[in-house]
Design a protein around this ligand. Structure first.
Ligand code: PNW
Length: 475
């Protein structure tokens, strides 16, 4: 007979991955080393006025030279998985042609070091650093970029496939398409909503082609998926106009990807809503079937929900909070939709803290993609962390954020969601895109003068969660 020890621990399933996540341009630095050439983010960050404070990823947190220490840090924290991205311009500097061996060697060394510490590597192939030469040839709005991406995926798959078992094709294609080509707050900074829709399609196609290329070179045991950043869209009221605003943003944020990926077709309402911008003739016969590959898992990145309504005359225009300051909307053909902040506390990004959105999201994907395992491939929060007089960084707000969101995941699991792991964004403070080094998402603080790493109290807390396999009673 077994006796159950009294425990206040909320347990997660056995084998649940306790990870952290990063992206190459945000942490590596060493932008001109070992044959790497500029990506769109080098060009963008070096363009005056694009990134807060003129910050760039030139040095970032110097991970390209400190990777062994950073892996040891993860091991010391007891983490069991690490999601990182491969910098395309390190591997294929012009975005086409033969691979640079030194570029591949860097990631091979990193993967071996992770495996040596019992940490499962999860490789993201594209976290936004398109080789500049491909953007100069038209970028994601051009169909050829999808084929170039598949070729690159095959190269990395061949180089790392003997030791990496989990692969993410694209990170957050919504950001690549709509922040990159419509609002222009991300690289390459274009403000052409029709081009953004073309980009979204070529990202979907690129995902499908890359998945095929990976299946050709990877062992059968490899898991291939994608990381999306769905908007959990809520209508401000049940008024028909507000519900219609919700339907439209749901189409532009979510169904533009899940349509082809999960159903093999674009939703007709999306095509109708955007008809004045494009006739969608860039979608060729067979494209959506290519995008519709079996997914071994779906990665979901969640920070905050979206609350929308029809724009009302008393408001002076759409609110784009959380999407950076731009007069250009990331939402094509939606100038009559308004964005609201529900009455929640916010993080340093001004993003409301609402963990119920994460439970809803996981249950929504459980229903939409039955039988497909889910991973939370990003979740976390920026706060204004400072080093205290004791040399430590105390971030109780982040502990609370993480606790609430892990509890929200646990609730989704209790209600039937097959969630296999959690990747805290981020391991380290890093280059937060248009916000530069002004926003700190790390569980580990980085002193940008000395590059010293100081685990915050949230890192210590998360480490206890990872080691015990569950959540302590709320503090
Ligand atoms: C994600 N938005 O970015 C990225 O995957 C990370 O690289 C990033 O550091 C993290 O979230 C925190 O921002 C996003 O405006 C950036 O909706 C912007 C948005 C969403 C995600």
């Amino acid at each position: 007979a077994t006796t159950t020890a009294p425990t206040s621990l909320t347990r997660f399933p056995a084998g649940f991955l306790w990870g952290s996540a990063t992206a190459a341009y945000q942490i590596e630095g060493a932008v001109a080393e070992d044959g790497r050439t500029p990506s769109i983010w080098d060009t963008f960050s070096h363009t005056p006025g694009k990134v807060h404070n003129g910050d760039t990823g030139d040095v970032a947190v110097d991970h390209y030279h400190r990777w062994r220490d950073d892996v040891r840090l993860m091991a010391d924290l007891g983490l069991t998985a690490y999601r990182f991205s491969v910098a395309w311009p390190r591997v294929q500097p012009t975005g086409r042609g033969p691979a640079v061996q030194r570029g591949l060697d860097f990631y091979r060394g990193l993967v071996d070091e992770l495996l040596g510490h019992g940490i499962k590597p999860v490789v993201t192939l594209y976290h936004w650093d398109l080789p500049q030469e491909l953007e100069s040839a038209g970028g994601w709005p051009e169909r050829d970029t999808a084929h170039r991406f598949a070729e690159y995926a095959g190269i990395v798959g061949e180089a790392l496939g003997d030791r990496v078992e989990q692969w993410v094709t694209l990170n957050e294609p919504w950001c690549s398409a709509f922040l990159g080509y419509s609002s222009g707050v991300h690289a390459p900074g274009r403000t052409d909503p029709a081009a953004a829709l073309r980009a979204a399609h070529h990202l979907n196609l690129g995902h499908g082609l890359a998945t095929q290329a990976l299946r050709d070179v990877l062992p059968a045991r490899a898991d291939i998926g994608i990381s999306l950043n769905p908007s959990v869209v809520r209508a401000l009221t049940d008024a028909p106009a507000d519900l219609d605003a919700k339907r439209r943003i749901d189409a532009l944020a979510n169904r533009v990807f899940t349509g082809p990926l999960l159903k093999g077709a674009y939703p007709q309402d999306l095509i109708d809503d955007t008809a004045r911008l494009t006739d969608w003739s860039f979608v060729k016969d067979g494209d959506t079937a290519v995008a519709h590959q079996p997914l071994d898992f779906i990665g979901l990145n969640y920070y905050t929900p979206a609350v929308v309504s029809a724009a009302r005359p008393e408001q002076d225009g759409p609110r784009l909070d959380g999407h950076g300051a731009s007069e250009h909307s990331p939402w094509p053909a939606s100038d009559d939709v308004a964005f609201h902040h529900a009455n929640h506390e916010v993080t340093a990004m001004n993003w409301p803290v609402d963990p119920t959105g994460l439970t809803d999201l996981l249950l929504d994907y459980t229903a939409q993609a039955p039988g497909v395992p889910l991973y939370v491939t990003e979740n976390g929060a920026a706060y204004d962390d400072v080093v205290g007089a004791d040399g430590q960084v105390h971030d109780p707000e982040r502990v609370r954020y993480l606790h609430l969101h892990l509890a929200a995941i646990h609730e989704a699991i209790d209600r039937g969601a097959d969630v296999r792991g959690y990747f805290l964004w981020s391991l380290l403070d890093n280059f937060e895109w248009a916000y530069g080094y002004g926003k700190r998402f790390g569980a580990v603080y980085v002193d940008y003068e000395t590059q010293a790493r100081i685990p915050k109290s949230s890192a210590v807390w998360y480490s206890q969660v990872a080691r015990s396999g569950g959540l302590p009673a709320a503090e």
